[in-house]
Design a protein around this ligand. Structure first.
Ligand code: URA
Length: 233
């Protein structure tokens, strides 16, 4: 690869993709993308065809939104890559940013208890991911634009995992996944559809830590999810 081409690929954040691809057909697809105006669209198309290793590498080097400037680590997601259950939160917090793994702080401990309550365990038929893969500063909610830039990564994870059921943890996850402005209370208690996959909404564990009385409602949601999963298997 000559230096100019290398520089362009680097600027477009495509260089790792180039290095990972094998076979002339894919290489020419990447090269064609350089002449197209919107590199983000091309990256998003490339993401759609990535395998797990390629996707992990792309996420670890992502600079698509400003969150990359303040992150320590990207937080890709963790668990069984063929999980039946997919839990999706909003974005990494301080501890997750430090360790590069989702839900490892206090909210994560509660999530583990919630999983245990319905007979599940992190990594065992369960995958955990977030709407955004980098920590929003001061734990603010990710912006719509940040969520949009990160969406192709999550979408590809979902395509590869093929979960039977998705659980959206909290308002940010629910509203982004369902492309809705509805309140969490109106989204709970129903089975929604995420590209053909049933999706159930419950409260975010961090919210439950602050609002203990809502735990009973979350328990109801988990029982509903368990019953729904039984009907799907
Ligand atoms: N909150 C989230 O939404 N995700 C995490 O990974 C941690 C806390």
């Amino acid at each position: 690869m000559n230096d100019r081409r290398k520089q362009i690929l680097n600027e477009l954040n495509l260089l790792p993709l180039w290095q990972l691809k094998s076979g002339t057909q894919r290489q020419s697809h990447q090269l064609r993308s350089l002449s197209e105006p919107d590199s983000t669209i091309n990256l998003s198309q490339s993401i759609h065809h990535m395998d797990w290793d390629q996707l992990k590498q792309a996420v670890s080097q992502c600079t698509l939104c400003p969150l990359h400037q303040t992150r320590t680590n990207t937080v890709f997601g963790v668990g069984d890559e063929h999980a039946d259950w997919l839990f999706i939160g909003e974005g990494p917090g301080a501890r997750e940013d430090e360790l590069g793994e989702p839900f490892v702080g206090p909210a994560g401990k509660l999530l583990d208890q919630m999983l245990a309550a319905i007979g599940l365990k992190r990594g065992d038929r369960v995958y955990i991911a977030n709407i955004v893969k980098c920590r929003p500063p001061n734990n603010r909610n990710p912006s719509t634009e940040e969520a949009k830039q990160c969406e192709p990564y999550l979408s590809r994870q979902i395509d590869m995992i093929k979960p039977k059921l998705i659980i959206a943890l909290g308002k940010v996850a629910a509203q982004n996944l369902l492309d809705s402005d509805d309140s969490i209370s109106s989204l709970r208690g129903k089975t929604h559809d995420y590209r053909g996959i049933p999706l159930i909404v419950t409260y975010h564990p961090a919210y439950l830590l602050r609002s203990l009385p809502e735990k009973a409602k979350a328990w109801k949601d988990l029982c509903f999810a368990k019953t729904t999963m039984r009907s799907l298997v």
